[in-house]
Design a protein around this ligand. Sequence first.
Ligand code: GDP
Ligand code: ZN
Length: 304
Amino acid sequence: GEFGPERPGRVTAHFGRSLDVEAVDDSGQRHRHRCHMRANMDGLVTGDRVVWRQANDDSGVVVARGERDSVLERPDARGQLKPVAANLDQILIVFAAEPEPHANLIDRYLVAAEATGITPVLVLNKVDLLPEHGGELRDLLDRYEALGYPVVLASVKQQDGLDALHQRLTGRTSVFVGQSGVGKSSLIDRLLPDHALRIGALSEDSRKGTHTTTTAMLYHLPAGGELIDSPGIREFGLTHLDAEQVTVGFIEFHDYLGRCRFRDCRHREEPGCALLAAVERGDIHPQRFASYRRILASLESDGE
Ligand code: GDP
Ligand code: ZN
């Protein structure tokens, strides 16, 4: 027929009903092919593994989607959760010495990341702005590290910590998330070679006029591994969570859940609450517990 044999590929960008699919040819070279999806193939996103067939030219058609290891979702304009990227290994939560983060904000990101099942990594940028001894922010980070979260300190300005970041990214598929102004663009500019960014820009350019600028793009890192990035992905973490996700999102609570005297314990003032007892003993940090209560309270005021 008009199409070649089925081949494996990975989605590197998606624009409405068309996609860029990357495949490795017989000589080991990567090529991107503009593909369309069959009508029954809705919902492909950047990072998806697919089966595709090449047409007589460079273009092709996607015929199947591989199973997803993980998926990152964002609410659309109607508040419905929609997948935006798939097969991620880690979410790099970037914050900075300035604007200074509240512990509560970091906890929100961590809860959102835990809900996806994708490993979160904390990246503190602008360490050049920290006081000599590190200050409160360093103490805060030490606590997250003690909980088992990987922490990377960086300064784009002083070219500090970029090796450690490279190591963290190598061989994995990652996204950067975090508030505006923390240095995500600056970090990504340093991590990606110019040509990778150019390929991304070209791919976007070729779509101009097709109302598409917010697609997630997959970039290859020089030492192996990929970065998936888009404005929408960077805003991850602001999505709605339910109370159960919040509770489970505090990983040091796991040992105590199900041990409260009352099955429906809300961990407020109930006698025999295992969580409150753990806070009392110092096994759970009071600031994390306060954060938990604040996040729950914010859900309730959302109208839950
Ligand atoms: P984004 O909104 O998260 O993408 O942040 P940007 O990458 O646009 O950075 C915001 C501002 O912080 C810019 O003015 C950067 O030059 C500055 N910036 C980025 N990294 C550093 C850093 O390591 N140290 C300092 N002092 N400033 C930085
Ligand atoms: Zn309890």
